[in-house]
Design a protein around this ligand. Structure first.
Ligand SMILES: [Zn+2]
Length: 235
């Protein structure tokens, strides 16, 4: 079947329109972090922006903004939209998996993505002082720290650190065979660990709890699948 001249031109016009829309969307998502952008986003809007960024990441349509331009843009100040409590794992860099810019995310990373007073203080700075409107506790699949906690690994300072994840192991209920070889158990503990960290943030920080109560901040849990790059919200 041949393509008529009319169809051809319509097709070309449609393609151009799609290309223009994609280009416009790309330009919009490439918008540099500014005070106006930070001010315009609601806490829930920030979460939606991060999830949209993850969809760009998963589909290979990341915005290739000019990193050096971002450095120049943020040299005089920063207007971050979110703070992420993530794992130190090499596969889950928050800025990349949420497809965000330099200047968008405060990133606290520690094996097993839990909080202590130092990380809570950092989050208080990120949100109360610097203006971030969403905290994402970002766990991930196949987490080595979770596996280590399940197996009760003992090694130098790691022993004490893994004890911080023990409450998540306990939270999943009776375990017949406590072994990290059980991948379902590893995932259930990782999910529980995120939920416990989300709860701890407002339970242990009056500053952040006040912001949540006042509608200035949301705290959400999320799970990153290291096999697909996809992030899903929990809870
Ligand atoms: Zn991990």
């Amino acid at each position: 079947m041949g393509i008529s001249r009319r169809q051809f031109f319509y097709g070309t016009a449609a393609t151009t329109a799609v290309a223009f829309t994609a280009q416009t969307a790309r330009a919009n998502t490439c918008t540099m972090p500014t005070q106006a952008r930070q001010a315009a986003l609601t806490p829930q809007g920030v979460v939606e922006e991060l999830m949209a960024g993850n969809q760009r990441f998963v589909s290979g349509n990341m915005v290739n903004c000019d990193l050096n331009a971002q450095v120049l843009q943020t040299a005089e100040g920063q207007y971050p939209i979110a703070a992420v409590v993530g794992c130190i794992d090499s596969r889950v860099p928050p800025e990349m998996v949420f497809d965000q810019h330099i200047g968008d995310i405060f990133s606290a990373r520690i094996a097993g993505n839990f909080v202590n007073s130092d990380i809570l203080g950092s989050l208080e700075f990120a949100c109360r002082v610097a203006g971030a409107k969403a905290i994402v506790v970002l766990g991930h699949s196949a987490c080595g720290a979770v596996k280590g906690a399940i197996d009760q690994v003992e090694l130098g300072n790691l022993t004490d650190m893994l004890a911080k994840i023990e409450p998540a192991v306990q939270a999943v209920g009776p375990i017949a065979d406590r072994s990290s070889k059980d991948s379902d158990l590893v995932q259930r503990v990782a999910d529980a660990n995120v939920a416990l960290t989300v709860a701890a943030i407002t339970a242990e920080s009056a500053v952040l709890a006040d912001m949540v109560a006042g509608g200035e901040l949301v705290v959400v849990g999320a799970m990153h699948n290291v096999a697909t790059g996809e992030i899903t919200l929990l809870g």
